[in-house]
Design a protein around this ligand. Sequence first.
Ligand SMILES: O=c1ccn([C@@H]2O[C@H](COP(=O)(O)O)[C@@H](O)[C@H]2O)c(=O)[nH]1
Length: 237
Amino acid sequence: MEKNPIIALDFSTTVEIKEFLAHFHQEQLFVKVGMELYYQNGPEVVKWMKSLGHQIFLDLKLHDIPNTVERAMKGLAALDIDMINVHAAGGKQMMEAAMSGIIAGTPTGRQRPKLIAVTQLTSTTEKAMQKEQFIETTLLESVLNYAKLTQAAKLDGVVCSALEAEKIKDQTNDQFLCVTPGIRPSGEASGDQKRIATPENALSLGASHIVVGRPITLATDPVAAYHQIKNQWNGVK
Ligand SMILES: O=c1ccn([C@@H]2O[C@H](COP(=O)(O)O)[C@@H](O)[C@H]2O)c(=O)[nH]1
């Protein structure tokens, strides 16, 4: 079955979203609602997109004390989303609390959303990590450490760069999700992203999902850009 790239809908208004989604007519998409959209439009925007039949990754990256994260997740799990995340830096206990909240909040009979944890943001370099976070290992070791902590907390997978996906799979298991932003078709501007990969690289390195924002949302023809990336991600020549 063909895999859909997850489109990062980094817009602030529903007017912009409607205009963007209209290009795709009735096509079913996997979309990511992030902080910009959610904080300005709230749960209604998620309910509305779900009613259109799209799969939803709610990318709010929760990071707080376990009790707060558990209670927040309980509320968010009622939203009929497909995927949600926390920061692995919040620790094992916080991640376990997040999962308890998800399980408690998912209505009976509905599948719970996948819960994944951010390792190191794809905008972080090894140098910045060492200098600013006082982590003395390599960036890869830090990502692998967070991935193993996430697995120990029984979450479904991580957010990482596609560059790290192969090593993460080796050290966890094949079912462990590697959801990878920082995707740039070759020749595309990286912007603030530092650990980037093309859709073809992501496929060959074993990423389970790719997240793509600006290469699609800022394209002159977003539908053509989406399908080109989707084909590359599915290995269609
Ligand atoms: O490590 C991370 C975690 C999340 N993101 C999010 O993915 C998209 C990427 O957008 P682009 O425009 O393709 O760069 C964006 O919404 C980020 O918040 C990430 O980039 N890296």
